[in-house]
Design a protein around this ligand. Structure first.
Ligand SMILES: Nc1nc2c(ncn2[C@@H]2O[C@H](COP(=O)(O)OP(=O)(O)OP(=O)(O)O)[C@@H](O)[C@H]2O)c(=O)[nH]1
Length: 473
């Protein structure tokens, strides 16, 4: 602010003060060296709610909310070395009616022609709302950048922040689909709103927001054009502020705050804040959805990577890892572990006679039957073309053979009729149990040798490792 020419004395200054500050729209207060008010302009009288006579001659202490601030400003500025006002500071002031506000103040001495301090002037601007908005923005930043909070906790914190900032005690994050308004999350002084509650969309004030895809505020519905609104009729909500939430450019729902009491008119900053809150929720929803899609795709890929496409059983790669793990576990816990290697008999003939598709059906029949009959802890995999490997944890040879007899009977007796003609499917099965020094290769090769024995001894039978090297029985 540019100052007029310097006056020579305090009395000269007193003469010009009303002309200089009288009609400014910024509140201006001038005090003498004893900090007694010698001039207060109309804007300041209006700001503080006093008459001129109530302030003139009083210490400026009267307008400070906190006496410590009065003392501190005195130390800083009411001294010989003080320089003319250059930068602003924010102090809390008190009005006559007790209201406290944040005042951005530009203050300093008015110097005489001899560079003496004649008086001190302060220009004050009420920045309460700006300060409150800045504080809310800073809290929003902490909420949205906190690593400790998940999405739901952040939305909850934003709902609470909004209710506090706007002075509207009910906060709702909604999803809107057709005429269905669903509460996703809410804060309510009586906990009257819970996630999953639904309302008719047309009956909510949000219809005004969602349909125009913008922010809307009503601060005293009872005295407005929309007092016939069904929301007012049903819920008697006097005040409302809401914004549309967009996810990737599509309308998702709303973020809204409301109150059964009328409130002050909303300011431009309120509109921008609620829009900002809603924007953040929209971005997070999009991010969450992308992450979930990515996670699902990853899981599908993992499943695909370990699955045999034809039969849906585990594939060989997965089984090799799994069996190695099971061998380690059986060694560590000293539990038995048995494996069985299955090979269809005369599969080539089946393919050649009935076609490859019939062969595939036989493989699928085995997979479905083995899956249905085995225990949860058993693992069955396609090991090669028409070869399968089953692993039976905590099971000895005898237990495994009992199960394998039932399984091979079931498959032989299944009504497998590729061309309407029923043909029995038989398998040669080799069984081996893990020794303490076994690895994947040694264990499977014993099962393989037992399976080969079953083939050479006439097929459609089960042979175990103990049959190897024994004469035919
Ligand atoms: N339909 C079909 N056939 C397959 C598949 N994988 C391997 N085969 C066939 O399985 C047959 C295996 O033949 P072989 O190894 O000679 O054995 P086999 O005819 O069953 O005779 P034995 O094992 O001695 O009883 C081959 O004809 C392969 O083409 C598959 O995914 N689908």
């Amino acid at each position: 602010m540019s100052m007029p020419e310097k006056p020579a004395s305090l009395s000269a200054l007193r003469g010009v003060l009303p002309y200089v500050f009288g009609h400014m729209d910024v509140a201006a207060i001038v005090a003498d060296a004893d900090r007694r008010i010698i001039m207060i302009n109309d804007a300041a009288l209006e700001m503080f709610g006093y008459d001129e006579a109530e302030l003139k001659g009083h210490e400026t202490r009267i307008i400070y909310a906190d006496p410590d601030d009065f003392e501190e400003q005195g130390r800083k500025r009411f001294n010989k070395e003080a320089q003319e006002a250059q930068e602003t500071y924010i102090t809390r002031y008190r009005c006559k009616n007790g209201n406290v506000f944040e005042g951005e103040t530009l203050g300093g001495p008015i110097k005489s022609t001899d560079d003496e301090n004649l008086a001190f002037v302060g220009f004050i601007r009420d920045v309460t709302h700006r300060v409150a908005t800045e504080q809310t923005l800073s809290k929003l930043h902490s909420i949205t950048s906190s690593r400790d909070l998940n999405f739901q906790a952040r939305v909850d914190a934003i709902l609470r922040l909004g209710t506090e900032h706007f002075g509207l005690p009910i906060g709702i994050f909604s999803h809107i689909h057709g005429n269905l308004y669903t509460v996703m999350q809410a804060v309510h002084p009586d906990d009257a709103l819970t996630p999953g509650m639904t309302f008719e969309f047309a009956n909510t004030y949000c219809s005004h927001v969602f349909d125009v895809t913008d922010v809307r505020g009503f601060y005293h519905v009872g005295e407005s054009d929309i007092r016939a609104h069904p929301c007012y009729q049903s819920f008697q909500l006097e005040a409302y502020l809401g914004s549309t939430i967009f996810v990737d450019g599509h309308r998702y729902g709303t973020l809204n705050f409301s109150s059964p009491e009328p409130t002050r008119p909303f300011r431009a900053q309120d509109i921008e804040l609620v829009r900002l809150f809603a924007e953040w929720i929209g971005h997070e929803l999009a991010r969450k959805r992308d992450l979930e899609a990515l996670e699902n795709a990853k899981q599908e890929l993992e499943i695909l990577a370990r699955t045999d496409a034809l039969t849906g059983l585990f594939n060989r790669g997965y089984m090799e890892d799994r069996l190695s793990g099971e061998i380690d576990r059986s060694r560590r816990y000293k539990h038995p572990l048995t494996v069985a290697l299955f090979d269809f008999d005369h599969f080539k003939k089946l393919n050649d006679t009935y076609g490859h598709a019939a062969g595939d059906e036989a493989l699928k029949l085995f997979a479905a039957t083995a899956t249905r009959m085995s225990r949860k802890s058993d693992v069955v995999a396609r090991w090669g073309g028409e070869e399968f490997l089953a692993v039976f944890p905590s099971t000895g040879v005898r237990g495994a053979v009992t199960f394998l007899e039932r399984l091979s009977d079931e498959i032989r007796d299944a009504d497998f009729a590729p061309e309407g003609e029923s043909i029995p499917l038989t398998m040669s099965i080799g069984v081996a149990s893990a020794h303490s020094d076994d690895d994947l290769d040694t264990l499977v090769s014993r099962a393989d040798a037992a399976m080969y024995l079953a083939k050479t001894r006439g097929r459609d039978q089960i042979r175990t490792q103990s049959d190897i090297g024994k004469p035919k029985t």
